[in-house]
Design a protein around this ligand. Structure first.
Ligand code: G4P
Length: 533
């Protein structure tokens, strides 16, 4: 699985390696088929021979966070942060995202490391209200979005309705790349609109093997498929009449999305999706630094920590920082600098994390993700670099909407309580707010969704031996502000000001009304909305 290349590659070699990387995420509502699709991508890239290694979802469903039951999963886990596979000489890094909107901030962090995203929809459900936020987060990144409408083997929205639905709900321009032929229960295949070829599939038992595929011309399809073809042909004519070819620039900036129809469980359309990822998903591009200057990918090594996960493996109780390589060649044992602290850092324990397995990683290139083990000094958003200084912009956070006060129930575990909260805040599990920068005995936890609180309570108990109680508060909105703004806010009766663990002042409001009143009186006070730092 390791890429072999000369030990000191030239800039040209780094560019060449980067060109054969595709780093993407799949975002979807739970149950839309992300696990199944992931496994089928592995089947179609010949990484596995038989699908079915991924355990039934029901037996391991979790309401909190995907990784929490990681130990209970066997076979090929798609719950770890990154799954790396090769296909047609290209290295694919598939980044995992949580499926629940309460964890949108995790998705935002993961997307900071992805160059492209697949939006996976259930044919019967379309864009579910719960998932809208995740898609909005993806859109805010302005990366290419590829839509896969799954489960076309079952009754669902009519494909034309689905196209309208995507447009109206997401405000994206959907352009059908393939078109389904056949009715639910008798799904026969898809037309590739680009080539005009009909891909006729045959099911295999349980979808364990690739679906045998015949390529038919339009004429052959019309002859073979009868009425099913007539319906699809009429719909295609309507689509062609409405124009609708994919504009390359709109695709590149996430304004337009090619739409694929298929059925992951029966392997229909999976190969076409994989080939599209190969041909159209972008390879790593220069990442902009804090000043907006691009860091060319063939410059010396640089990378961004986009996720920190402690205690992933209860046997080791370690802390893994996930680093997306932005430029140059990563080499195990490399001594780099952390731009936040200006301190040197040796990347000694670097792994490729594949499912539950960890493979020692000796080198990596732009687009790759490296798991740095026991990286106590690394935080989400840190930039690491070799030789030539660079600092990437911080990963945005979402404005929290849920606030509780957290109380330690066991006074003897005071230290563990504070250490646990600090650590969870550093990982981005929750925002930790205090009345003053000192040790507030009852800090405030702020979250995008209440499930984040459940994770905090469970992890404090299991990892730090601390039992806590949560008390509701009246706040419903938060905005970031600066030192001057904080002073003005302190004098105001419309808001409270708290101090976030990363040093940011947060203004907390009980309602939109209060926020608007304050803004009316103090229009100059900086109060950033969504995607604040
Ligand atoms: P997730 O990771 O997005 O949560 O979804 P997952 O792949 O676990 O799939 C959720 C359910 O949908 C599974 O059924 C899976 O078999 C089914 N599914 C996935 N793709 C398709 C498809 O193309 N067509 C149809 N008809 N079903 C599909 P389950 O009964 O919950 O679990 P299992 O026991 O079948 O694994």
């Amino acid at each position: 699985m390791l890429v072999s290349i000369a030990p000191t590659p030239t800039a040209a070699a780094v560019t060449q390696e980067a060109a054969r990387r595709r780093t993407f995420a799949i975002i979807s509502h739970p149950d839309a088929g992300k696990t199944t699709l992931t496994e089928k991508l592995l089947l179609y890239s010949d990484m596995i021979d038989i699908a079915g290694a991924v355990q039934g979802r029901r037996s391991r469903r979790s309401t909190t966070s995907d990784w929490m039951d990681i130990e209970r999963r066997r076979g090929i886990s798609v719950t770890s942060t990154v799954l790396r596979f090769e296909y047609a000489g290209t290295v694919f890094n598939l980044l995992d995202t949580p499926g629940h909107k309460d964890f949108s901030e995790d998705t935002l962090r993961v997307l900071a490391a992805a160059d492209c995203a697949v939006m996976l929809l259930d044919a019967a459900k379309g864009v579910e209200a719960q998932t809208l936020r995740l898609f909005e987060v993806a859109r805010a990144r302005h990366i290419p979005l590829i839509t896969f409408v799954n489960k076309y083997d079952r009754p669902g929205l009519d494909p034309l309705e689905m196209i309208d639905h995507i447009e109206s709900v997401l405000g994206l321009t959907p352009v059908a790349a393939t078109w389904p032929v056949g009715i639910p229960g008798d799904f026969r295949g898809v037309v590739d609109r680009h080539t005009g070829t009909f891909h006729r599939f045959t099911r295999t038992a349980g979808g364990a093997k690739r679906a045998p595929e015949e390529l038919l011309t339009i004429e052959q399809a019309a002859e073979r498929e009868g009425d099913a073809w007539t319906v699809a042909a009429d719909e295609l004519e309507l689509l062609d009449g409405a124009g609708g070819t994919l504009d390359e620039d709109d695709f590149a900036t996430g304004k337009a999305t090619p739409v694929f129809f298929g059925s992951a469980v029966s392997n229909f359309g999976v190969g076409l999706l994989l080939d599209t990822l190969l041909a159209s998903a972008p390879s790593p591009r220069p990442r902009q630094d804090v000043d907006g200057a691009p860091r060319p990918i063939d410059m010396p090594f640089s990378g961004l920590v986009f996720k920190v996960q402690a205690n992933m493996d209860p046997r080791h109780r370690d802390r893994v920082a996930f680093l997306r390589v932005a430029s140059g060649r990563f080499e195990r044992g490399m001594r780099v600098t952390n731009a936040r602290t200006s301190k040197p850092f040796t990347l000694a324990h670097a792994h490729e994390v594949f499912g539950d397995d960890r493979v020692v990683l000796d080198e990596a290139f732009p687009g790759d993700v490296v798991g740095v083990i026991n990286a106590a000094d690394l935080r989400v958003g840190d930039t690491l670099y070799l030789d030539e200084h660079v600092e990437f912009p911080p990963i945005p956070t979402l404005a929290p909407e849920h606030f509780v006060t957290v109380r330690n129930r066991d006074a003897t575990r005071h230290k563990q309580f504070h250490r646990g909260l600090e650590q969870l805040a550093e990982e981005g599990v929750v925002h930790l707010l205090r009345r003053d920068p000192g040790a507030d005995p009852a800090p405030v936890l702020a979250a995008v969704g209440p499930l984040q609180f459940e994770v905090v309570v469970a992890r404090l108990e299991h990892e730090f031996g601390v039992t806590v109680g949560l008390d509701p508060t009246n706040w419903t909105l938060a905005r970031r502000t600066d030192t001057e703004g904080a002073e003005i806010l302190r004098q105001s009766r419309h808001a409270d000001v708290l101090y976030r663990s990363d040093g940011t002042f947060m203004a907390l409001f009980t309602s939109d009304f209060m926020l608007n009143r304050f803004e009316g009186l103090h229009p100059d006070v900086l109060l950033e909305r969504m995607l604040t730092r």
